[in-house]
Design a protein around this ligand. Structure first.
Ligand SMILES: Nc1ncnc2c1ncn2[C@@H]1O[C@H](COP(=O)(O)OP(=O)(O)O)[C@@H](O)[C@H]1O
Ligand SMILES: [Mg+2]
Length: 366
């Protein structure tokens, strides 16, 4: 009944995509290099690297639809598979743009989406010049960074590889919007969320939806996100991270053509989850309105030290209605590694805030 669907990447995002598919009896296959990651438990798991051409070609050969849960995948293999008739969604062209922060910025600039000015940095000398040009700048590795790894506010070096330096925005807030787009051009926007970052780590700690922001900012963020998906001719969900500066101006930070950490609350809080909506988009099924049904928040469960993680207070927080714990089955923690998340839904913002303080008080990772 269903086409054969494969996912490149077997982390928590792949796992939640598989879970959404299972609701329909859709059994996805998953490719990941780690033998013990969040998807290793599934029968459709294949061990191999999404960044390796041969591994991706072998994995994709007899699939109908191939999608991703990460950026760092082999684009030449995607091109070959697309030529062989596999429906590659997102397209190889989109993957080539997004997996390089410089190409992403060039795309955004060319299409006149507001994004912080930037320069290329290819060696120590260019890094030194960029540090002079930008009083306050942000150094970002072009490829392979995630969860703040590869991002630094320190421009004194050393040069670690092909990078960009962009102007540092004087942030009032950070927002994220997830949109979905089908091959026929239909699209839907999830409600924007406000993201809160772990100090020093450039890593999302918490999100709140709906955020306390003017409806005009929220609408603008959704419209920009829909237009970006359109400009990419994207199929699937797309997450757009925004900065809001002190003058209420929105800047596009970065885009990810896949389910995203800032959409986890949609599993419990929205009419459709980002994972189900992604599957709908890539399988040419109807997209449904994706607005939230409950005020909600989500906190990431992050590793604190190296070793086997232990979760304290699970029983206590699991006793509270509207608190939903997700653990990704990662056997080994490292500092700031995402091990799970907790979604909170409530009757109103105060109810959500009260449940968050219960989690704060009772729950910890050691
Ligand atoms: N130009 C900037 N101005 C201010 N803060 C920034 C800027 N670029 C990045 N940051 C901070 O660093 C975080 C991570 O940067 P980002 O480019 O999104 O990297 P990653 O791919 O690791 O998520 C942002 O969410 C923001 O908090
Ligand atoms: Mg980011």
């Amino acid at each position: 009944m269903w086409p054969k669907v494969g996912i490149l990447g077997g982390g928590q995002l792949g796992r939640m995509l598989v879970q959404a598919g299972l609701d329909w009896g859709l059994e996805c296959r998953v490719l990941d290099a780690a033998p013990d990651g969040p998807c290793a438990y599934f029968k459709g798991f294949v061990q191999g690297s999404p960044a390796d051409e041969n591994d991706v070609l072998a994995f994709g050969r007899d699939l109908d639809v191939l999608t991703v849960e990460m950026e760092n995948v082999c684009v030449s293999a995607l091109e070959k598979l697309a030529d062989q008739g596999v429906n590659v969604r997102p397209s190889p062209e989109v993957m080539a743009v997004v997996q390089d922060k410089a190409r992403q910025k060039q795309f955004l600039e060319a299409r006149r989406f507001p994004t912080a000015p930037f320069v290329f940095v290819n060696n120590d000398e260019e890094l030194r010049l960029a540090a002079q040009t930008f009083g306050a700048g942000v150094l970002k590795l072009r490829r392979g960074g995630y969860d703040g790894k590869g991002v630094s506010f320190e421009l004194s070096g050393p040069f670690l590889g092909p990078s960009i330096v962009e102007e540092r925005i004087d942030l009032a807030k950070e927002l994220s919007v997830i949109v979905a787009r089908g091959a026929d051009g239909q699209s839907r926007a999830f409600d924007p969320v406000e993201t809160f970052f772990r100090p020093g780590a450039h890593l999302v700690e918490k999100l709140v939806c709906p955020p306390e922001l003017s409806s005009s900012v929220l609408r603008q963020a959704q419209n920009l996100s829909l237009r970006i998906a359109e400009a990419l001719n994207h199929v699937g969900v797309l997450a757009v991270e925004f900065f809001l500066d002190k003058n209420e101006k929105l800047w596009v930070n970065e885009i990810s053509p896949r389910p995203h950490n800032t959409g986890h609350h949609t599993i419990e809080a929205a009419y459709v989850s980002q994972f189900e909506q992604h599957l709908r988009a890539i399988l040419d099924l109807p997209l449904v309105p994706s607005n939230i049904r409950f005020p909600s928040a989500m906190i990431n469960i992050l590793g604190v030290k190296n070793g086997t993680p232990e979760y304290r207070g699970l029983r206590e927080i699991m006793a509270v209605p509207g608190i939903k714990v997700h653990l990704y089955g990662k056997k080994i923690a490292t500092p700031n590694r995402k091990l799970g998340h907790i979604t909170v839904i409530g009757d109103d913002a105060r109810d959500v805030a009260e449940k968050l303080s219960v989690i704060d008080e009772k729950f910890s990772v050691v």
